[in-house]
Design a protein around this ligand. Structure first.
Ligand code: UDX
Length: 440
C-alpha cells in the first residue's frame, strides 16, 4: 500500500488494522518491520496520501477499493489442523465490510488464500448486503522479504484475476489502471479468479521445490566428493532452468513456503488427489530432513556428543536482510541443539528480539549476543544459519584464536571461504561439499 501511495499521489491510501499499537508504530519514526528502503517510501507518502488508522469502519465506508491483507496462518485447531488455512480473520473482515458498506466497492484479495476463497467471500458479501454491489478481484503479492521494495517497484508480473462478467472486467480494469502508474503494461497480466488464487500457491510451491531439489543432492555430494555449487552452476546454465534459487542450504524458512504448500496439500487431499498431495508434501519432508541432517552432521563431526559444548549460531533470521524469524531454519536447528544439551549462543544483526521471543519458555542454556566476535568466543563451534553478508567479512583468525580447540565451522549457507578457514585451523563442514578437517 505504501508503494501504491508513493507512486500514485492522486489516490488516497488508508491502512487500517485492529492492532492499535501497530498502527501507532506505523505513524511513528520507528516502523514495526525492518525492510530495506521501506522507511524512505513511507516517509515520502505518509501524511500526503498515505494514512494509518485504527478506525476500520470509517476506512471501509470511505474506500472505493479495499485490499484485504489479513493474515491466513495455518489452522491450529479442529479439522485440517496443522495444514489448512485459518480463514477466520478474512471471514470476519468480509462480514464487517458487508455490514458497514453503503456504496459499491471493489474487494481485492491480497492475502494468499486457498483457491475458491473468492467464492465464499462473494457469498458473504452478497447475502444481506442492503443491495450494495461488490466485485471481488484476486491480486496476489509476489514480493519477497528483504527485496520487497525492488520487487514492488519492478515486479516480474502483477497478476489480477477477476470474474468475466461486465462489472468484474470493469473492476479489473480499474485495478490495472492503478498499477499502470509504474508497471509496464506487458507485466500486468490477467486471468480468471481461480487461476489467480491458485497461481500464487503454485509459484511458491515451485520455488520451494527448487530449493528442496538442490538440497536433496547435498548429502550425495558430501559422500561422493562432488561439490553442490559446481553442480548447481552446471544445472543453472541450462537456459530452460536458469541460475536462481539453486543455493543449497540448511533448509528454507519464511512465513510462506511451508504454509502455502501445506495448504495446497490439504486442498489436494480434500479433492481426493492423494498422489499429488504426497508429491508436494515431500518438498517439506526434504526440508525437514535437511535441517535434521545439519544437526546430525554437527553431532557426528564433534565426536558424537554435543552435551555441554558451546555452539554459536551465526544468524537467526530466515534469510538475510530481514529481522523475520518465522519458520526460520535457525529455530528448528536451535531446538534440536538444545535437545542435545548444547549451550547455545545466538547472534544476528536484526533478529535477536524475535529469537528471544521464539525461544522463550524453552528449557535450555541460550544467550543472545549481538557482536559475532564476542558471541563466538569460548565456543566449540560456529553454525552459519543465515546468509548475512557481514559473516563473510569477519576476521576469522581472531575468531579462531578465541575459540575452544578443536574449533569447528558448519556453514549452512556456503557463504564463507572454506579453504581459508581450514588454513586458519578450523575443521570446516560446508553443505554439499566434502568437509575439510585436520583429523587423520
Ligand atoms: C517467498 C517468495 O520468494 C515470494 O515470491 C512470495 O511472495 C513469498 O514467499 P520469502 O519468504 O520472503 O518469499 O523469501 P525467499 O527469498 O523466497 O526465501 C525463502 C527461503 O528459502 C529462505 O529461508 C531462503 O534463505 C531460502 N533459500 C532461497 C534457499 O535456501 N536457497 C535459495 O537458493 C533461495
Amino acid at each position: 500500500m505504501a508503494m501504491i501511495a508513493y507512486k500514485c499521489p492522486q489516490y488516497k491510501v488508508t491502512v487500517v488494522d485492529i492492532n492499535t499499537e501497530r498502527i501507532d508504530q506505523w505513524n511513528s519514526e520507528d516502523l514495526p518491520v525492518y525492510e530495506p528502503g521501506l522507511d524512505g517510501i513511507v516517509r515520502e507518502a505518509r501524511g500526503r496520501n498515505l494514512f494509518f488508522s485504527a478506525d476500520i469502519q470509517r476506512g471501509i465506508k470511505e474506500a472505493e477499493i479495499i485490499f484485504v491483507s489479513v493474515n491466513t496462518p495455518v489452522k491450529e485447531f479442529g479439522a485440517g489442523a496443522g495444514m489448512a488455512a485459518d480463514l477466520q480473520y478474512w471471514e470476519k473482515t468480509a462480514r464487517q465490510i458487508r455490514d458497514v458498506s453503503d456504496s459499491y466497492k471493489i474487494i481485492v484479495e491480497k492475502s494468499t488464500f486457498p483457491v475458491k476463497t473468492a467464492l465464499a467471500m462473494e457469498r458473504i458479501l452478497t447475502s444481506d448486503s442492503n443491495g450494495v454491489g461488490f466485485d471481488i478481484l484476486s491480486n496476489p503479492e509476489f514480493l519477497a522479504e528483504g527485496t520487497a521494495i525492488k520487487d514492488l517497484e519492478y515486479p516480474d508480473r502483477v497478476l489480477i484475476g477477476s470474474r468475466y462478467t461486465q462489472s468484474g472486467l470493469k473492476a479489473r480494469d480499474e485495478l490495472m489502471e492503478i498499477y499502470a502508474n509504474w508497471v509496464p503494461n506487458e507485466r500486468i497480466i490477467t486471468s480468471n479468479i481461480w487461476s489467480s488464487e491458485l497461481s500464487k500457491l503454485v509459484a511458491n510451491a515451485f520455488l520451494a521445490q527448487r530449493i528442496s531439489s538442490i538440497n536433496s543432492f547435498t548429502a550425495l555430494c558430501e559422500k561422493s566428493g562432488a561439490d553442490i555449487t559446481e553442480v548447481a552452476r552446471v544445472v543453472g546454465m541450462d537456459s530452460r532452468l536458469g541460475p536462481k534459487f539453486l543455493n543449497a542450504s540448511v533448509g528454507f524458512g519464511g512465513s510462506c513456503f511451508k504454509k502455502d504448500i501445506l495448504n495446497l496439500v490439504y486442498l489436494c487431499r480434500h479433492y481426493g488427489l492423494e498422489e499429488i498431495a504426497d508429491y508436494w508434501e515431500s518438498v517439506i519432508g526434504i526440508n525437514d530432513y535437511q535441517m535434521g541432517r545439519f544437526v546430525l552432521t554437527m553431532l557426528s563431526a564433534m565426536f558424537n556428543t554435543l552435551a555441554g559444548k558451546r555452539i554459536c549460531l551465526f544468524g537467526f533470521a530466515f534469510k538475510a536482510n530481514t529481522g523475520d524469524t518465522r519458520e526460520s531454519p535457525a529455530l528448528n536447528v536451535s531446538k534440536r541443539l538444545i535437545a542435545e544439551k548444547v549451550e547455545l549462543v545466538i547472534t544476528d544483526p536484526k533478529a535477536l528480539n524475535n529469537a528471544m521471543k521464539d525461544l522463550d519458555g524453552i528449557e535450555g542454556k541460550v544467550s543472545y549476543v549481538e557482536d559475532p566476535y564476542e558471541a563466538s568466543a569460548h565456543c566449540d563451534a560456529i553454525a552459519v544459519v543465515t546468509e548475512w553478508g557481514l559473516y563473510a567479512n569477519l576476521d576469522f583468525k581472531r575468531i579462531y584464536e578465541a575459540m575452544v580447540k578443536p574449533a569447528f565451522i558448519f556453514d549452512g549457507r556456503n557463504i564463507l571461504d572454506h579453504k581459508e578457514l581450514f588454513e586458519i585451523g578450523f575443521n570446516v563442514f560446508p553443505v554439499g561439499k566434502p568437509p575439510l578437517t585436520h583429523f587423520k
